[in-house]
Design a protein around this ligand. Structure first.
Ligand code: SF4
Length: 373
């Protein structure tokens, strides 16, 4: 049996789900309401929606999405800046696919492309470096979007560009680090969460112990888990057990096949070598201290902001968009009055309906019927 088959076995899944339902009932009696857990990571959100877990546990426990979709948490001002780069003469903007359709204040990269801007989708930053090498007459600005997982590849693209002596490659980094966003959630007096399901991929880089503060400072149980349905059910089981035990909250590692206590030390060294930590703005949260990564001064020549400093108008937030509250776990997509009405995947109002890790896109694809009902 392949190791992953154990995490996909429907019999084991059904049995564990029954136990989760039973524990959730006991937790409900204890709390006087259904327990509320947040799946921080967008990939978990999609896995939860796809497996129909929310529907299966409806009335027993609530699962809310969090700020773990990198495209969704990119602020309007940053998307507007990406558009501004695309409008500069001689500049080609390179990006991962999801970013292209995300609306900024006034337009999107997709619409700018239709108007003649040179916007190109790459599968990796290394491909963008190659493109820059082959097109020396153009300036390539690569959009560095993503958390601790994606940033090392962007850092290495800068190293590659320097090694090749390229002067037409730079990155616009809006990279973010996850723990400060969890601090922002933990210290929000309006936050009503009973536990966190922590991201698998980011944790593989930063390690389990990077989250100890969640339990120590906010008394919140938390579990790192993988992306199979059974991984997620197992994480719920663990969170409920912690809630019912009455003992101190812990941060547990349910994804030991990938995540180590100390994380991926080599990737951490790359991040430390290329980036310095800065304060950046997250959609819905505003500025979170120490939550962003920008290139260190010794790599400034590859920093698109320093190289081009494009003019960006004051951002404008579309009326009715609730993406910000959604990313803080304050509501579910169906509670946004634009969901599946004015906001659909073909006419997205906010990034949560565009990104492949966006909660609204996942709800629309997998849970719309239950939302309508
Ligand atoms: S339905 Fe659309 S507007 Fe509403 S929160 Fe989701 S993405 Fe934003």
């Amino acid at each position: 049996m392949h190791i992953l088959d154990r995490f996909r076995d429907p019999e084991i899944g059904r049995g564990l789900l029954e136990k989760v339902s039973e524990l959730a009932g006991r937790a409900q009696e204890k709390l006087g309401r259904p327990p509320v857990f947040m799946e921080v990571c967008g990939t978990h959100t999609v896995a939860v929606s796809k497996a129909g877990l929310r529907g299966l546990l409806d009335g027993k426990l609530e699962l809310r999405s969090g700020p773990g979709c990198p495209v969704c948490v990119t602020d309007y001002g940053d998307i507007d800046a990406m558009v501004a780069f695309g409008r500069l003469p001689g500049v080609t903007v390179g990006t991962f696919g999801d970013m292209v359709r995300v609306p900024g204040s006034r337009t999107s990269l997709e619409r700018e492309k239709a108007r003649g801007a040179d916007i190109r989708v790459f599968y990796s930053p290394a491909d963008a470096v190659k493109w820059a090498q082959e097109n020396p007459e153009r300036q390539m600005v690569f959009l560095g979007v993503g958390f601790e997982t994606t940033a090392p590849a962007v850092a290495l693209s800068v190293a590659q560009a320097r090694a090749l002596g390229l002067f037409n490659y730079s990155v616009f980094t809006v990279h973010k680090v996850v723990p400060p966003a969890l601090r922002a959630l933990g210290s929000d007096p309006e936050m009503k969460l009973d536990g966190l399901i922590l991201p698998g991929h980011v944790s593989a880089i930063i390690g389990r112990r990077a989250y100890d503060f969640i339990a120590a400072e906010y008394g919140l149980p938390a579990v790192i888990t993988g992306f199979e349905t059974l991984d997620i059910i197992d994480a719920l089981y663990n969170l409920l057990q912690q809630l019912l035990s009455g003992g101190p909250a812990r941060v547990e590692n349910g994804y030991t096949r990938v995540v180590k206590e100390e994380g991926n030390v080599r990737a951490q060294e790359i991040l430390d070598r290329f980036f310095e930590i800065t304060d950046v703005s997250w959609r819905g949260f505003g500025t979170i201290p120490g939550s962003g990564m920008e290139l260190k001064p010794e790599y400034r020549e590859f920093d698109a902001r320093s190289r081009f400093a494009p003019e960006v108008e004051e951002p404008r937030i579309p009326a009715g968009c609730r993406c910000g509250d959604l990313l803080k776990g304050k509501l579910t997509p169906r509670e946004c009055r634009l969901f599946a009405a004015a906001c659909t995947p073909s006419h997205p109002v906010g990034p949560c309906m565009v990104s492949s890790e966006g909660a609204c896109a996942a709800f629309y694809q997998y849970e719309r019927r239950s939302a309508a009902g």
